[in-house]
Design a protein around this ligand. Structure first.
Ligand SMILES: [Zn+2]
Length: 458
């Protein structure tokens, strides 16, 4: 099996990592320029800065369970940036189910309360709850949302909108554009550029008060002040494994650009900022039981964590918290009673299964698409099975195929196409990080974010 990773995956060898925090916070001159080239080794024995943070960065790896962390580390061949700041776990149940969805999961962090599945920043009775982003806005702080999904998707929505059901995305876009948030980077362009049927204007009216709305990569690159939105796909941004650098920036690039813009904005300079960064599609790949796409987005997320930790180490006043809203897919490493698993076959893949399916549906040769996409010789009959399943739009048959051609060779398995109730990891570094420790409820972790900034939830 080929083991060389694709260049786009920028695996960061820890051997080359800087012991940035073994010394007092580094100055800007000590750090190399390129954000994704800044590996960080945080010395776990070193106490994090004390006191109250001026800025908070909440990072959410949607659908990232403990097995996802093990998968990412093994594939990287070195500790994850996350590993150095692991502090505990979060229990993720919703009020109406032990298995949460992303809306209830995000509302636990945004409002510090548990609520029902599908709820976007409303409590179990449907009443709006004050979000961390709104409390930060009320204090005059700068705020931003970065996601690789539609920006109107459940996680970012739960910080800047209040609706009873997560499917109300036009209304979420309307509320988000009016929320006072200073920065939006992600997908979901259609809600901000195209009027819905029968309407005269798009649901999200971004761009008042001198705000910029970028709809492509060059527009994103040109953004140099806030308020600004860069919505670079009608729906979700691409999976990392499929991403075209000329079309969409990496999550690490968006995160660092957001940090620089927020810190330099008038509100940010005066009173600090709150930023949400979500690796949204770790979850989507796990729903599809696609281990190579899952891994690609995990490594891109960890690159973003490394870049954000380096920024925070330089700043010294920024609390960084990373967690997940829930686990997705019931990923296991090892299967069928065999004591072997190996990430190498997944590193040979060059496309998500979703992209391969689209290409076969567009009439391309199934055998060629699958061999190129998986980077491996195909099992007997796989191309015929793919053609038939695509033609019949048989999702179960397609799922069985991705198991045969990717999960089985790697020795990994999945128990569901949905979410699970497995506790997720919590990572924290910076002033206020001591509030995150041990096994916490996800709602308690949300309240700790308010407390760290000294913000009221009412
Ligand atoms: Zn999900």
């Amino acid at each position: 099996m080929p083991t060389a990773p694709r260049p786009a995956r920028s695996l960061l060898p820890l051997a080359a990592a800087l012991a940035l925090l073994a010394a007092p916070p580094a100055t800007a001159q000590d750090l190399p320029d390129a954000p994704s080239a800044r590996p960080v080794a945080l010395d776990a024995s070193r106490p994090t800065p004390a006191g109250q943070p001026r800025n908070v960065v909440l990072m959410i790896a949607d659908g990232f369970g403990p097995a996802s962390a093990t998968l990412g580390r093994a594939a990287k061949g070195a500790p994850l940036a996350l590993d150095s700041v692991l502090v505990g776990t979060a229990e993720t149940s919703a009020t109406d189910s032990r298995v949460t969805d992303s809306a209830a999961g995000a509302t636990a962090y945004s409002c510090g309360i548990k609520t029902y599945n599908g709820a976007i920043a409303v409590d179990a009775d449907g009443a709006p709850c004050r979000t961390l982003l709104e409390a930060a806005e009320d204090r005059g702080m700068a705020t931003g949302l970065v996601a690789t999904s539609r920006i109107t998707h459940a996680t970012p929505a739960s910080f800047a909108a209040h609706v009873a059901r997560r499917s109300e995305e036009p209304e979420i876009a309307r509320q988000m554009a009016a929320s006072g948030v200073d920065l939006l980077f992600g997908g979901g362009r259609r809600f901000f550029t195209a009027p819905p049927e029968g309407a005269a204007a798009p649901a999200g009216a971004w761009g008042g008060a001198g705000g910029t709305l970028a709809t492509d990569r060059s527009g994103y690159d040109a953004i140099d002040r806030l308020p600004a939105a860069a919505l670079l796909a009608d729906s979700h941004l691409a999976y990392e494994i499929d991403r075209d650098e000329t079309d969409q920036p990496a999550l690490a690039d968006m995160a660092v650009k957001a940090l620089d813009l927020l810190a330099a904005s008038p509100d940010g300079e005066e009173r600090g900022f709150f930023l949400l960064v979500e690796g949204s599609r770790i979850d989507h790949a796990a729903h599809g039981n696609d281990p190579a796409a899952h891994l690609g987005d995990i490594l891109a997320y960890d690159d973003a964590v490394a870049a954000v930790l380096a920024w925070a180490a330089r700043d010294g006043n920024t609390l960084v918290v990373s967690t997940a809203d829930h686990e997705t897919g019931g990923l296991t490493l090892g299967r069928d009673g065999v004591y072997v698993w190996d990430p190498a076959p997944l590193l040979a893949a060059t496309a998500s299964f979703e992209r391969m399916r689209e290409r076969v549906a567009d009439g391309e040769d199934a055998a060629a698409v699958l061999e190129e996409g998986t980077g491996a010789p195909l099992p007997e009959g796989a191309a015929d099975a793919a053609r038939g399943a695509v033609r019949a739009e048989d999702t179960a048959a397609l799922a069985a195929l991705v198991t045969t051609i990717e999960s089985e060779p790697a020795g990994v398995a999945w128990t569901t196409s949905g979410h699970t109730a497995v506790d997720v990891n919590v990572y924290a570094w910076g002033p206020g990080a001591g509030r995150f420790r041990g096994a916490m409820g996800n709602d308690a972790a949300g309240r700790a974010l308010f407390e760290a900034l000294g913000l009221d939830r009412e």
